[in-house]
Design a protein around this ligand. Structure first.
Ligand SMILES: Nc1ncnc2c1ncn2[C@@H]1O[C@H](COP(=O)(O)OP(=O)(O)OP(=O)(O)O)[C@@H](O)[C@H]1O
Length: 290
């Protein structure tokens, strides 16, 4: 067993999960979406939520945030059920970066990032110097200080994405949930955004992101959770672990309908240079029999 695995096991043995989903089942009306879904997620993890289109990744993120209510099961943050927490208390612990960004166009970047402080302010309470400093720091971390006075509707997709991440950082959350944050970004902004999320997890935050690019997921995420149909045809977590344990030939074939050559590699952009992962090359669809 390597040192990193021993450390990880110790970490999990000694700490309760930061966020956990217990036996979640959820239906949209009569349409069953997720069944008996269990997740235990820890501070410092960068978890990629993977699975085909329409499988339920966004739905699961909304359940974890408490924006959707499961018909069965519960979500707990630091052992406390979301049912027992007020919305603003959840917002102090968890922030969300949505798939489609709708920004109030007449606001400046600084004003939008300042909205991240709302859960901490009373109805007519003005922001304190401490609040302003947190907003400045969030803009600095996401490299948007130079955009502070610009109107958000004048920004590019990549810049808007950074504004939303800055707003989520201003919430000072322990957990950041992201729904395909790199989907509309060019390749350099994809790396930039993933680097940023990775640096947050290295500061002990928990990040869970829905992501379609399996190679970027394998390169950046410390753990992958695969949502798909199980043997009984019900959607749930069918694989959960390190990228090399989840992106197996069998899972690629069964849950993504692809074949690929699976190559062992190092996480070149990861703080621990010795961390290994896999890359998929020669990805090809499996031809359906006619
Ligand atoms: N508000 C809703 N009412 C009814 N059905 C919904 C609703 N939102 C999503 N669905 C359905 O639930 C299923 C899961 O959707 P969801 O958006 O969670 O999938 P996803 O894995 O995030 O998909 P994608 O990768 O395409 O973004 C889909 O079949 C979708 O049509």
């Amino acid at each position: 067993m390597t040192d990193s695995i021993i450390n990880e096991n110790n970490l999990k043995a000694n700490h309760q999960p930061l966020l956990s989903a217990k036996s979640l089942s959820f239906s949209y009306g009569k349409t069953e979406q997720l069944v008996n879904t269990n997740i235990q997620a820890y501070a410092g993890e960068f978890i990629g939520l993977i699975g085909g289109n329409g499988v339920g990744k966004s739905t699961l993120l909304q359940l974890l945030l408490g924006l959707l209510t499961p018909q069965q099961g519960e979500v707990l943050i630091e052992g406390v059920s979301l049912n027992k927490l007020k919305r603003r208390d959840i917002a102090k612990q968890m922030a969300f970066v949505p798939q489609f960004i709708e920004l109030p166009f007449s606001f400046s970047v600084e004003e939008v990032v300042s909205m991240g402080r709302n859960p901490y302010l009373g109805a007519f309470q003005l922001a304190s110097k401490a609040d302003t400093d947190i907003v400045k720091q969030a803009m600095h971390t996401t490299d948007i200080t130079h955009l502070a006075k610009r109107k958000v509707n004048q920004l590019s997709g990549g810049e808007k994405q950074r504004v939303i991440i800055a707003r989520s950082l201003a919430q000072q959350p322990k957990v950041i949930l992201l729904d395909e944050p790199i989907a509309s970004l060019d390749i350099s902004h994809q790396f930039e955004t993933l680097d940023l999320i990775q640096s947050l997890t290295q500061q002990n935050k928990l990040a869970i992101t829905a992501i379609h690019d399996l190679n970027l997921a394998a390169q950046y995420c410390t753990r992958l959770i695969l949502l798909s149909k199980n043997e009984a045809g019900k959607v749930t977590v069918v694989a959960d672990g390190k990228p090399q344990a989840v992106l197996t030939a069998e899972n690629l074939q069964k849950h993504f309908n692809i074949k690929a050559d699976i190559v062992n590699t190092q996480k070149s952009n990861y703080a621990e240079a010795s961390t290994t992962t896999i890359q998929l090359t020669n990805i090809r669809p499996i031809k359906k029999r006619t």
